[in-house]
Design a protein around this ligand. Structure first.
Ligand code: APR
Length: 247
């Protein structure tokens, strides 16, 4: 069986990583996330944008994957799994998923905003959250930026092509923890539906995908995904199921 998973910020919520569109009462609540994750935001105030990503980088290092990430990693025992994630954390990888495609980049990739050279030096510490921190400088004089796909930038070809290929080959698609409003990622479930394969949405709240999804599980990822793992393991692959039915 081949499973394509599309995950969003909601799968990391139970690890303590804030989502983008939930009520924002945190340290950064007075700033618009679009301002902090856009090329204009970087041009206007690189110190603020750098402080936000450095804070999130350290926040992710301080948290752990949750039962939802672990369940998806365990699906690899019964199926070929490609995780297509909009998340920039590394929690899928740390839970054990081996094929993870980051459509929106990673908090653990850094490069020069001018010569594009990879920046591999250790990240500066951030003992307390600050609203502005000067980003490191590259030898060429450019500023070091996070390897994140900002609003206004195109998705990386590699992960995007791998994501489309995975959805085109999948027998099942599971969409978990995403508000399904940001394209082109939000278009992937439509591609799966157009192929006639089942699309299961896991989200405590309704989204624009809910109506067209084959099934909707109104549960948190940490509760729903381990249960889904048991059901998939019990059901076996569709070919085994067909063989069982024909007997
Ligand atoms: N389990 C499953 N889903 C959850 C949970 C949970 N425990 N908690 C919240 N959710 C759901 C919310 O109901 C919401 O639908 O996760 C979704 C989070 O939506 P967003 O905050 O919009 O995050 P996401 O869909 O990943 O955003 C997509 O937008 O801001 C850009 O580039 C950014 O990658 C991001 C993209």
């Amino acid at each position: 069986m081949r499973i394509a998973v599309l995950s969003g910020a909601g799968i990391s919520a139970e690890s303590g990583v804030p989502t983008f569109r939930d009520d924002r009462n945190g340290f950064w609540s007075k700033y618009d996330p679009y301002e902090l994750s856009s090329t204009d935001g970087w041009k206007n105030n690189p110190e603020r944008v750098w402080a936000w990503y450095l804070w999130r980088h350290h926040l992710v290092l301080d948290v752990e994957p949750n039962d939802g990430h672990r369940a998806i990693a365990h699906w690899q025992d019964i199926a070929e799994v490609t995780v297509i994630t909009q998340n920039v954390d590394n929690l899928h990888e740390r839970a054990g998923s081996s094929d993870v495609q980051h459509l929106h980049g990673s908090l653990f990739e850094f490069r020069c905003d001018t010569c594009e050279r990879h920046f591999g030096d250790p990240m500066p510490d951030m003992p307390e959250p600050l609203h502005e921190v000067a980003p490191p400088r590259c030898g060429c004089g450019g500023l070091i930026r996070p390897g994140i796909v900002w609003f206004g930038e195109s998705l990386p070809d590699g992960p995007w092509n791998a994501a489309v290929d995975a959805v085109q080959r999948a027998d099942l698609m599971v969409v978990v923890g995403t508000s399904s409003v940001v394209y082109p990622a939000a278009g992937l479930p439509d591609l799966a539906l157009s192929r006639g394969i089942p699309v299961i949405e896991v989200n405590p709240l309704a989204t624009p995908l809910s109506e067209s999804a084959t099934a909707v599980v109104r549960e948190s990822a940490g509760v729903a995904l381990p249960t889904l793992l048991q059901r998939l393991a019990a059901a076996g692959s569709p070919s085994e199921e067909r063989a069982r039915k024909s007997n």
